[in-house]
Design a protein around this ligand. Structure first.
Ligand SMILES: Nc1ncnc2c1ncn2[C@@H]1O[C@H](COP(=O)(O)OP(=O)(O)O)[C@@H](O)[C@H]1O
Ligand SMILES: [Mg+2]
Length: 450
């Protein structure tokens, strides 16, 4: 990709409205543009990251045995009257009337919609268990939309729903999502900690929020410091019993503020980490909360009808873009993990128009692309300082600087964004260094050909 042809409206000044790093950098790097409070357009750089995050989320859902569907953003009010939530949901729900005066709403979530879909199809115990998910825009008319896309009104969510015959089977679905979440966030370079969460009026212990630690987070979280060192399991077989993995993670104390009571907390003060965090995922077992009022039941092996047991499992796909930036940036800008970086490498042509520089850049671009890397070439006529500042701001993991002086000695410069210093290398060594130093994620490689 040539920067001269790309759309990257960077801002040199820090926008006043941005209170936290991710919001500031997303605006400055031309990733998003506000349309109205809490509603944003995604510009090419931001959209590439959003799509890569979505691809990783999708890949882990598929691995866990969930099937993708796509439900509409607009839902009929009747569905929500069936569950009793139409009135309960309050002002956060955007209510709409169509031309016939029928009451509709912009979906804040999809429990009712998926229950209706499954109800139409499921007859017997042979039709369960099932896991269905979609990745779709949601609208919640938040009282205080803030921090850019972190707490938006319109946001992209992955929501998965499980359908089971009984609690035991439902627990297996819950465990699959629990483990899939550990792996999903790890693939994005995040340390997300599952924390026991409030299950509200339904009770039970089956709800966890997945929280990444960041000073600007909206939740206060408490956990045993051992959790920080725990390793995410590799090569998981989702058909196997995942209870041991879930037990291992849930045996260590971790709780979000509403669940934490200093008086009864079992962790010694010296071992307790108390920090702010960002909720990036939330899994929830809710039994027959929707199936019972909406009449979703199946005939059991004994011929008796029983309510289908359900759970829902959300990931804040658009929030993750901000969450990753909060977890990985410095004063100059973003530092993307390889798996979600909009481009893996930026080539800076210090003298665009110079035949040698141009052909070296084109050659490197082609070779990086052959190796599966996404490449942005700064072929603009900007001065060097501005080009370096832009590269640091947009946070590509690697920069390769090509200038006439270096080329005379047969060298280019390579900089790892996370480390900072530049080293002079031959073009081949630079190529080698960058390609071998990049961890390509199979789900995001080749997502943006050309
Ligand atoms: N207003 C929002 N803006 C961006 N992401 C959101 C918003 N609300 C929820 N999310 C994301 O969607 C996930 C699932 O939402 P849910 O748990 O239903 O929301 P909440 O915790 O706000 O009740 C959350 O973990 C979060 O990552
Ligand atoms: Mg939540």
């Amino acid at each position: 990709m040539r920067l001269s042809e790309f759309f990257l409206p960077v801002l040199r000044e820090t926008p006043n409205e941005a209170q936290i790093a991710s919001h500031r950098f997303m605006l400055r790097a031309g990733m998003i543009r506000q349309s109205s409070a809490g509603i944003y357009s995604w510009l090419p750089l931001g959209y590439r990251v959003l799509k890569k995050i979505e691809a990783i989320v999708r890949d882990e859902q598929n691995r866990a045995g969930a099937h993708e569907v796509l439900m509409p953003t607009i839902q009929p009010a009747e569905l929500w009257r069936e569950s009793g939530r139409y009135d309960d949901y309050g002002k956060e729900m955007l209510r709409i009337k169509d031309r016939h005066g029928r009451e509709m709403l912009y979906g804040p979530t999809n429990e009712e919609q998926i229950t209706e879909i499954f109800r139409a199809a499921a007859k017997s115990y042979r039709d369960v268990p099932k896991l269905l998910y979609h990745i779709q825009w949601k609208f919640r008319d938040e009282v205080r939309p803030r921090f850019g896309i972190m707490r938006g009104r319109e946001f992209l969510m992955k929501d998965c729903y499980s359908f089971d015959l009984d609690f035991e089977s439902s627990k297996r679905a819950y465990n699959k999502m629990f483990v899939a979440y550990l792996k999903t966030f790890e693939r994005m370079g995040l340390k997300a900690i599952p924390m026991a969460a409030d299950t509200g009026p339904i009770g039970g212990d089956l709800s966890h929020e997945f929280i990444i630690l960041a000073d600007t987070g909206e939740s206060e979280v408490f956990c045993h410091r051992d959790l920080m060192q725990m390793a995410v399991p590799q090569g998981v077989d989702y058909r196997a019993d995942l209870q041991p993995i879930v037990d291992e993670w849930t045996s260590v104390y971790a709780a979000a503020d509403e669940m934490h009571d200093p008086a009864t907390c079992p962790v010694a003060e010296a071992d307790l980490v108390s920090q702010r965090g960002i909720e990036v995922g939330h899994i929830f077992h809710f039994g027959s909360k929707y199936s019972k009022p909406m009449g979703l039941s199946v005939t059991g092996p004994d011929g008796v009808d029983t309510d289908v047991i359900m759970g829902s499992y959300g990931v804040g796909v658009s929030r993750l873009v901000g969450g990753i930036i909060e977890a990985s940036h410095d004063d100059d800008g973003i530092i993307w993990p390889d798996s979600v970086a909009p481009f893996h490498v930026g080539i800076v042509n210090l003298k665009a128009g110079d035949a040698d520089c141009d052909s070296m850049c084109a050659d490197l671009e082609q070779k990086f692309r052959n190796a599966g890397l996404d490449v942005l070439v700064d072929d603009t006529g900007e001065r060097a300082g501005a080009k370096f500042a832009t590269m640091d701001l947009i946070g590509l993991p690697w920069q390769v600087v090509v200038g006439p002086r270096g080329l005379k000695d047969g060298q280019v410069e390579v900089k790892r964004r996370s480390e900072g210093e530049r080293m002079a290398l031959t073009p081949n060594a630079a190529l080698d260094r960058v390609v071998s130093g990049t961890m390509l994620d199979p789900a995001t490689t080749g997502l943006f050909p050309g």
